[in-house]
Design a binder for this molecule. Sequence first.
Ligand SMILES: C[S@@+](CC[C@H](N)C(=O)[O-])C[C@H]1O[C@@H](n2cnc3c(N)ncnc32)[C@H](O)[C@@H]1O
Length: 237
Amino acid sequence: MTKADMNKQPDEVASMFDGVAQHYDRTNDVLSAGNAVLWRIATVKAIGAGPADKVLDIAAGTGTSSVAIAKRGAEVVALDFSHGMVEVGRQRHPEIEFVEGDAEALPFDDETFDAVTISFGLRNVNRPKVALAEMNRVLKPGGRLVVCEFSTPPFGLLRASYRAYLRFGMPIVARLTSSNSPAYSYLADSIAAWPEQQVLSQWLRGAGFTRVAYRNLTMGIVALHRGRKPSAKTTKN
Ligand SMILES: C[S@@+](CC[C@H](N)C(=O)[O-])C[C@H]1O[C@@H](n2cnc3c(N)ncnc32)[C@H](O)[C@@H]1O
C-alpha cells in the first residue's frame, strides 16, 4: 500500500491517491461524518460562479466539487495529477473536462480563468506557495480564488479533541472504510502539520492576492480562504 510522507514527493502523493481513488468519496463522507457535503456547498457558494464564468478546480480528485460548480452553469476544468483519480472522475462525470497536470506548473496560459479553486488539495502540494503563484498567474485580473482546506480550530478544547480524533479515531475508521488505510495516517499527519488560518492568509497575500479573508467552517476544522487577483496593475508616476 502506498503512503506518502511529510516530504510530499509528487510521485508518492500521486500514487497514494491512485490507490484510494475508487473509494475516495465514500471514505470522505464517513471520515468527515457527513460534513464534507456541507464544506463543498459552502465552497461552491463562495466561488459564486455563474454561466459566464470559466473556473479551474485544482486537485479536483474525482471531480465532486467540479460537478457542483458546473451545475451553476459555469464552464469547469478539473485538474489533478493522480491518473487514478482522473480516471474515476472521467467515468463518473463524462460531462466535465478533466486535465492531468501539476498545480505547481499549470498547463494554461496567463489570465485564462475567472475563478480558481482548490479543495483539500493545497495541503498535499509539495510547494504550496509555488502553486498559489500559479493560481494567480492563470486568473484573469479581478479573478477570484477560493481555497478550502483543513485548518486549526481556535478553541482549545475542540482543538485537543480533534487532534485526538486524527491520531486515534481516524485510523480505525479508515481501516474499516478505505482500500488504502495507511494513506489516512498521512491525512492525519498532514492536517496536524498544516499552518493555521493566519499563516495561509499571509501566503495568499505573498502570492499577490488582495482582499484576502477567511471564514471557519465546523468551528475551524476547515477554513474557507478567499482572495482576488488585483484588477489592474497600479502604475507609479
Ligand atoms: C484530498 S484530495 C481532494 C480532492 C477533491 N478536491 C475533493 O475535494 O474531494 C487531494 C487531491 O490533490 C491532488 N494533488 C495533490 N498534489 C497535487 C498537485 N501538485 N497537482 C495536482 N493535483 C494534486 C491529489 O492527486 C488528490 O486527488
